[in-house]
Design a protein around this ligand. Sequence first.
Ligand SMILES: [Zn+2]
Length: 303
Amino acid sequence: MRLYDTVNRAYKRSMLQLGKWQFESVINGTIRLDGGAMFGVVPKVLWSKSQNIDVKNRILLATRTLIARNVESERIVLVDTGTGSKWSDEDAERYGVESNPQAIDKVLEAMDASSAAVTDVIATHLHFDHCGGMVEWEGDAGGAVKVRFANARHWVHREHFAHACSPTLRDRASFLPVDFEWMNGDDRVGFVEGERPACDIPGVSFELSHGHTPFQLLPVFELGDGSELFFVGDMAPTGAHILPAWVMAYDLFPLKSVDERVSLIDRCKERDTIVAFPHDVRRGIVRLDVSGKKPKVGEVLCS
Ligand SMILES: [Zn+2]
């Protein structure tokens, strides 16, 4: 049984309600990436203990969409959309991609909503495993694309978009122009700007992260009473990556990634911060346990 089938059986469960928000972390597919690349300089003898490894040394990762519905404003916000449906068998095989974009629709249905009711889609960054589900083929594969959440405002940082359009030789394999080139000039796109980007979604603000890729846009949902839910994106893709030095070889600026994770842990010590991961196979939304010498995943609020 595939990972997302296991999780899909849980759709009927009640949503996680925190303050004025309802949350669900949906596994919209899975991907397999090289285990060494996912943990950088960390020896395999350490990271392999916690990972599902295949014969090609690839580890299993979920691709998750965070769905957040504000019960007051009725905004329905999606954070990241996964690999999407545009994969040929050959390309899917290379990355071990198994895509299940309908998982998002099933959760929206359970909320008595639909893809047309989604008001906001936040693209943390434009790597194919985070934004490929923003569009699908309109007709034949390889032809025109159509926007999947047609009525939603799509949020991305302007500087990150510029980077995605002119990536470095080192990271260009992570960007598939078909996923995002439609954004240029489309009035459904809200490019945010600067180091403190403004957000007009009530109860949401943005943090930026630059270690993994420049100008990654990470939403923070206010929950009331000083608590918050922070979608940490590829700043910390799984629970194993909250250790500051367990940085991916994919990261363009690894020392920045280390500093950003130290800041995340400090933030969890200072306030009541709940963390949502994009790639953990078993843990979508958690509290971090930062009481000991090493941070670890504490209570799992959404699997
Ligand atoms: Zn990424």
